[in-house]
Design a protein around this ligand. Structure first.
Ligand code: CP
Ligand code: NVA
Length: 335
């Protein structure tokens, strides 16, 4: 979404659908450089406010480390500690935070609250997960798939098994945007929202992506190049736990299901996992699991997202002959 002042937000994959290729390329560069101990201080002097209503390990840490690696600073603000938790409005919070910081990321229970914050903020707003989407996660997921498929997303087939939730919504839009085929197996009552499916199908028509929906996990994973699952009980759905566990009983990603996919298929999970529910230990910890690379890629993806929203294109620190804007960092290259 672009604001009236020309400011860009990232509330949905749709906001950056046509820029995903550029963002993924930048994220891959950040990853390769960080593994060699190189950091780019392209966001020096910039501050990110991170407002969280829900728990987080990966999103919070990756945003904070990303800002630090880029020479900027991130402030973790639990909504319980902010005056927001005592009734100050989202609009007032947005206006005040915008006077202090250069961007705000917000993890909220309700998508309407994220759009409300974006409406009143004068700096870019990033959706750090809500009940509708998890767009930053899917940038990292596309990076993970791209590196496993030597940069080619188009034409590969990913099978989603489980809940038609926020992560699936962003994945549908992301797959549609890059021309990746996706088949989603969900119980009938847990299909993705029709308006998200409609938006993804519109996008898919322009890229040639095939999006299909079934209730049969076995049908979904046949010939899949990758499997993706997520928890059956998302944050905010706890009151429905018993009904959900019953509805999803046949949707576990286990060794038997994985054997139906292509022999070199890999398995994605955005984490945290509920081991023994949507995924077994043997799959998550097995040789075909890509979940740990996927988690690491949150960091590299966040950097590319932050830079994309905060820096005009010419200032993004492309190395120059005779004087690179890079700096040596404390991170060391991996073996
Ligand atoms: N995948 C993900 O968003 O993890 P966190 O809830 O730990 O941030
Ligand atoms: N669907 C999950 C994702 C957690 C990262 C949730 O919303 O809780």
């Amino acid at each position: 979404m672009t604001s009236s002042q020309g400011r860009k937000d990232f509330l949905s994959i749709l906001d950056l659908a046509s820029e995903l290729g550029e963002i993924l390329a930048r994220a891959a560069l950040f990853k390769s450089e960080r593994h060699r101990g190189i950091l780019r201080p392209t966001l020096a002097g910039k501050n990110l406010a991170m407002v969280f209503e829900k728990s987080s390990t990966r999103t919070r840490t990756s945003f904070e480390v990303a800002m630090n690696d880029l020479g900027g600073h991130a402030l973790y603000l639990s909504s319980r500690d902010l005056q927001l938790g005592r009734g100050e409005t989202i609009a007032d919070t947005a206006r005040v935070l915008s006077r202090f910081v250069d961007a705000i990321c917000y993890r909220a229970f309700h998508h309407a609250d994220v759009t409300e914050l974006a409406k009143w903020a004068s700096v870019p707003v990033i959706n750090a997960l809500d009940d509708r989407e998890h767009p930053c996660q899917v940038v990292a997921d596309l990076l993970t798939m791209s590196e496993r498929w030597n940069g080619v997303l188009r034409g590969h087939r990913i099978a989603w098994v489980g809940d038609g939730n926020n992560v699936l919504h962003s994945l549908l839009l992301g797959a549609a945007a890059v021309g990746l085929d996706l088949v989603a197996a969900t119980p009938e009552n847990y299909r993705p929202k029709p308006d998200v499916v409609a938006a993804a199908e519109t996008l898919a028509r322009s890229t040639g992506a095939h999006l299909t929906f079934t209730t049969d996990p076995k049908e979904a994973v046949l010939s899949a190049d990758a499997l993706y699952t997520d928890v059956w009980v998302s944050m905010g759905d706890e009151a429905e736990e018993a009904a959900r566990l019953a509805a999803f009983a046949g949707y576990q990603v286990n060794d038997a299901l994985l054997r139906l996919a292509k022999p070199d298929a890999f398995v994605l999970h955005d984490l945290p996992a509920h081991r023994g529910q949507e995924i077994t230990d043997s799959v998550l910890d097995g040789a075909q699991s890509a979940a740990w690379d996927q988690a690491e890629n949150r960091l590299h993806a966040q950097k590319a997202i932050l830079e994309h929203l905060l820096l005009p294109r010419p200032r993004r620190g492309v190395p120059r002959r005779g004087g690179s804007p890079t700096r040596s960092g404390s991170s060391r290259a991996r073996p």
